[in-house]
Design a protein around this ligand. Structure first.
Ligand code: LLP
Length: 432
């Protein structure tokens, strides 16, 4: 379920008309539904209730302070991948003691910061990183909690740019080497071996790759847990969402794909994995990002021009690839709907931004209602990997962001003032 639906021909987020929000806050505008993200968190939490577990929200998906605060209030932990992300969690009122710190390139300064803040665990991606954490911990005379990220060499059957669990990827330590790495890590005095971690990729829409990876790693986790006294097994993130048309019929059908395909629901995910996980007697950590926030956000944009060339109809909007790069970067599909429903036939259109690149598009040859200048469109499922991947390319400011709860809306990120784009820049002294 999500909370974007048409009421009397107008798109609403919870109890508010998207049109009113666009008028009040301007466009491009990210609109998030607090109820949707709460609901997703609670559904996943409930599905996993039979095991001792922690949901550590992967904040890379959307690190808005307001969204972090929502998850902190729901009792979530956090998965962070940089010192900056950890600072964000703290700024939003999250507890460092409920954070796992992942990533292949942790600097000594980041490790020191995270240790001093008291993170729950470092998810370690290489032996040199283990050695570095040990050195920093020795200097601070603090024991560092670590888990090794296992690369189980399982193909997640997702987009190549978001597959992480095969040996062609830079992530984790090869399955066959993990036991020896733990044996060597156990001799490093300043490390505390707290658990084991895996993550195989993002936007997984079937449960099979998860099952395969857990089947592979769970016995290893069991063996190493007995040897080293682990507390947890993290099964990573990656639960996919439905991007295909869901609003077309006027009702939100997030749990069922339109083609009737079985999709990955929290219940299916849990029912498949729990039997394996339960036996371990370890705390189970999850690091979902997209699943929690993806369908909780939309990007609202206004049509600037409609341009008919000999062969194509281009709908040129005021958002661009600097606001939502997923179509340009991954050829990702985002459903696009008019904020005010239009009667009549659809027409094949390319929906494009104003950036000077042909890759700056949101949809190609897409049947779209006949919108005109000034009309509003909503790009759906833009809550994950949307604003966080934004840039200032073409000196375009970051979009504003609004959080909705019921009939309330709060501006949780102001539109970036243009002069802020070059804040910190200066001309060289010899330029006068
Ligand atoms: N844990 C680790 C170690 C990860 O690398 C990731 C995502 C997650 C958890 C969360 O994965 P999720 O539950 O969101 O699938 N920008 C891409 C997705 C990149 C994912 C990177 N790692 C996109 O827009 O599709």
């Amino acid at each position: 379920m999500h909370d974007f639906r048409y009421v009397q021909g107008g798109l609403r987020c919870e109890g508010l008309a998207v049109e009113t929000l666009a008028r009040r806050f301007g466009t491009p505008l990210f609109v998030y539904s607090q109820h949707t993200l709460t609901d997703h968190f609670q559904k996943l939490d409930a599905a996993l209730a039979p095991v001792d577990h922690w949901i550590c929200y992967a904040i890379k998906a959307n690190s808005s302070l307001a969204i972090l605060r929502s998850f902190a209030q729901l009792g979530a932990g956090f998965d962070v991948v940089s010192g900056g992300e950890l600072q964000r969690v703290i700024a939003a009122g999250g507890e460092p003691g409920r954070c796992v710190f992942a990533g292949v390139a942790k600097t000594a300064a980041e490790i020191e910061y995270a240790l001093r803040q008291g993170v729950y665990c470092f998810n370690v991606e290489s032996e040199p990183e283990l050695a570095r954490i040990d050195r920093v911990a020795a200097r601070l005379k603090m024991r560092a909690p670590v888990a090794v990220r296992v690369n189980p060499n399982v193909d997640a059957h997702t987009h190549a740019k978001i597959t992480t669990g095969t040996y062609a990827n830079k992530f984790g330590i090869a399955f066959e080497e993990v036991e020896d790495v733990y044996a060597r890590a156990a001799r490093l005095k300043w490390l505390h071996l707290r658990g084991i971690q895996m993550h195989i990729g993002s936007q997984l829409t079937t449960v099979a790759p998860f099952r395969q990876a857990v089947e592979r790693v769970a016995p290893l986790a069991e063996k190493l847990a007995a040897r080293h006294g682990f507390e947890f097994f993290s099964i990573g993130g990656g639960i996919g969402i439905v991007y295909e048309p869901a609003l077309a019929s006027g009702e939100a059908r997030w749990w069922r794909s339109p083609a009737g395909k079985k999709i990955l629901t929290p219940d299916r995910y849990a029912a498949t994995l729990l039997p394996q996980l339960r036996r371990l007697g370890l705390k189970i950590l999850l690091e979902p990002g997209r699943f929690l926030v993806g369908n909780a956000g939309i990007l609202v944009t206004r049509v600037e021009y409609v341009k008919q060339t000999g062969r194509k109809r281009f709908v040129i909007v005021d958002a661009a690839m600097n606001d939502l790069v997923r179509p340009a970067f991954y050829d990702a599909y985002h459903e696009i709907v008019p904020v005010r429903r239009l009667a009549g036939t659809t027409v094949e259109s390319d929906v494009v931004g104003g950036i000077c690149e042909s890759g700056d598009y949101f949809a190609k040859d897409r049947p779209l209602a006949k919108v005109g200048e000034g009309d509003l469109l909503a790009l759906l499922s833009a809550g994950a990997y949307g604003s966080v991947m934004g840039s200032n390319y073409n000196s375009r400011p970051f979009a504003a962001e609004v959080l909705v709860r019921g009939r309330q809306a709060a501006l949780v990120r102001e539109r970036q003032p243009v002069a802020d784009i070059w804040r910190g820049e200066r001309v060289a002294p010899w330029q006068g």
